[in-house]
Write a protein that binds this ligand. Sequence first.
Ligand SMILES: C[S@@+](CC[C@H](N)C(=O)[O-])C[C@H]1O[C@@H](n2cnc3c(N)ncnc32)[C@H](O)[C@@H]1O
Length: 209
Amino acid sequence: MSGKSHDLDGAYALRTPEDSVRYYGDWATSYDSDFAADMDYRSPDIVAGAFVSLGGAGPVLDVGAGTGLVAEALARRGIAPVDGIDISEKMLDIAAAKGVYRTVIQADLTRPLPIENSIYSGIISAGTFTHGHVGPAVFHELLRVAAPGAVFAVTVHSAVYEAGGFAARFAELGDRIEAFRTDPFKIYGPAAGSDHADDVGWIVSFRKA
Ligand SMILES: C[S@@+](CC[C@H](N)C(=O)[O-])C[C@H]1O[C@@H](n2cnc3c(N)ncnc32)[C@H](O)[C@@H]1O
């Protein structure tokens, strides 16, 4: 543990959407400095780079947008517009204030999404498919809101990739997706310290067929 009131170990201990609303509501104002900067959190920048290298373009839906780090990384690469969806109103308040989202949507990703069919050319996500957060069932809804040919690039923590049912879910998608690939990456830089400096995730990417 870091000794901070909110940290990665506390986030990994979450179990329900209600846990996330409470925990991230309290963490929102210090998340960028106490977590992302202090831990050298790399996922938003890496997944944004992968999205662009795959030919991704707007409009993009950022899944579990949090304080907006992914949209900031996309903005640095000239990708717009970006909409963000998250269950935490407080995290979305921070994100919206950065001016990098066209709109932010407060919604629970474990339920049907309040979004029309086939409107996004890209789906991106960092840090949301991890211990105690959002499981793979949401890909049914994400495929619904994605246009044919849409680029998906999301991070999945290695600890939940098999154990949390992501590998099985992606296999089940079959011919609904094309160009599926997984690439490993290190989630944090050396500043994370010995407990997490070697944490690994997968960049999972594909196109909606
Ligand atoms: C580790 S943060 C990642 C935020 C941002 N993408 C980043 O990389 O900094 C995980 C986010 O998932 C959101 N989240 C957790 N469970 C959720 C759910 N059921 N529906 C929507 N968002 C959820 C949390 O509110 C939090 O903002």
